[in-house]
Design a protein around this ligand. Structure first.
Ligand SMILES: Cc1ncc(COP(=O)(O)O)c(C=O)c1O
Length: 381
């Protein structure tokens, strides 16, 4: 068990990998392009405050999160760099945003007016970035309406229009056609604004995939999440180049080992029946840790560098794996033996990407769903 972990399952986060990945990204940017580290969703499951502190030391210029609550958590942890809330912040949260010097995203006039009014009533200025919807059709003002909105925002004296941004839907695909279309729409908004002297100082569009594969989209700032964690923007169409390192390893220890005889069944619903004499290990991980039960589960974990297949249903806090072949090859597996759920063991590795294929999802989903009750342990290496 890891000495710093209060539980028998834990995540190891490598500070060296995070720092290395930030340097890898920085090396691809022009000197004046800033790097915003995206640390929403508990830093994609890696643990927001400690990841942000590591990236702060490594030279991140700014941080991006999804909610005001996430932003305040970082401020309270001593992150002094600009923090942008990328998602929707309702006007009722203006006072909290101001008190914590958080930058918020605006995309329509009514909320912006209310933000301005609330900022004025306490004699403060709220920093905002304008979000333009160039084709993702998620949050944002349409390109045609963007210049008028920016014009109106510059007229609100208690708002400080620091930035303008858009987000790509397909920059992680091999075909960059739609991403280029989005970039062209965004660029024409910027041109119109520049023409009338209203271009906000910080324009940004690129996520990790665009940072790596569309250098002309870097503009004043790039917003990188997945690549900082050493994970592929897309495992097939946009794998990370050499030099990046996955920052997260998920481990556990064996809670109990047992014999099953032919006909014995395992776990709720008795879905698995031992076909012959077997050896199984009980692991202290379950779906309430982010180790899913349905519709697909992890399939196997690593013990002594070999695959230990899950047998029977994954429970809330525990699951059971078949160690018959492992013991046959390597000898008795004792209680306390180390298990790897994500990471490498000996010469074998089980990546978040491999797990994502098994779960029918992507690597973002695999790591960001690991729940907070799994302790995060920060390692130098
Ligand atoms: C608005 C926005 N910008 C940037 C990012 C970072 O993207 P990535 O993790 O692919 O670098 C995200 C994450 O999904 C996002 O929602």
């Amino acid at each position: 068990m890891h000495p710093d972990s209060p539980r028998t399952t834990w995540i190891e986060v490598s500070r060296a990998a995070l720092t290395n990945n930030l340097h890898q990204l920085r090396a691809r940017l022009r000197g004046r392009t800033q790097l915003m580290a995206i640390v929403k969703a508990n830093a994609y499951g890696h643990g927001a405050t400690l990841v942000a502190r590591t990236l702060q030391q490594a030279g991140a210029d700014a941080f991006g999160v999804a909610t005001l609550g996430e932003a305040i958590e970082l401020r309270q942890a001593g992150i002094n760099e600009p923090i942008l809330v990328l998602g929707y912040t309702p006007a009722q949260q203006a006072e909290d945003a101001l008190a914590n010097r958080i930058t918020i995203t605006v995309f329509e006039r009514t909320t912006a007016l209310e933000f301005d009014r609330r900022a004025r009533s306490i004699g403060a200025r709220l920093a905002v970035h304008v979000k333009v919807n160039t084709g993702m059709n998620r949050l944002g003002v349409l390109p045609d309406a963007a210049p008028a909105l920016v014009d109106a925002l510059f007229g609100l004296h208690n708002l400080q229009v620091q930035g303008i941004f858009t987000h790509f839907a397909t920059s992680d695909e091999a075909d960059k056609g739609f991403a280029e279309e989005q970039f062209a729409r965004f660029s024409s908004v910027l041109d119109i604004l520049s023409g009338v002297g209203l271009r906000p100082p910080i324009a940004h569009a690129a996520n990790s995939a665009a940072l790596l594969t569309m250098p002309h989209t870097h503009l004043d700032l790039v917003r990188s999440g997945i690549a900082l964690y050493g994970l592929d923007p897309d495992m097939n169409e946009c794998p990370l180049p050499r030099g990046f390192m996955p920052a997260l390893r998920w481990k556990a220890i064996v809670a109990q080992v047992a014999n099953l005889t032919a006909g014995d069944t395992v776990s709720y619903g008795r879905e698995f029946t031992a076909p012959h004499l077997m050896r199984v290990a009980v692991l202290p991980i379950g779906y309430a840790d982010g180790f899913p039960r349905r519709p697909f589960h992890w399939q196997s974990v690593l013990i002594r560098g070999m695959a230990a297949p899950i047998v029977g249903r994954v429970c809330m806090d525990q699951c059971i794996v078949d160690i018959t072949a492992i013991e046959h090859a390597t000898g008795i597996v004792p209680q306390g033996e180390e298990v790897v759920l994500i990471g490498s063991q000996g010469k074998t590795s089980l990546s978040a990407e491999t797990v994502s294929v098994r779960l029918g999802t992507n690597n973002y989903d695999v790591v960001s769903r690991i729940l907070p009750r799994v302790p995060r342990v920060y390692m130098v290496k």
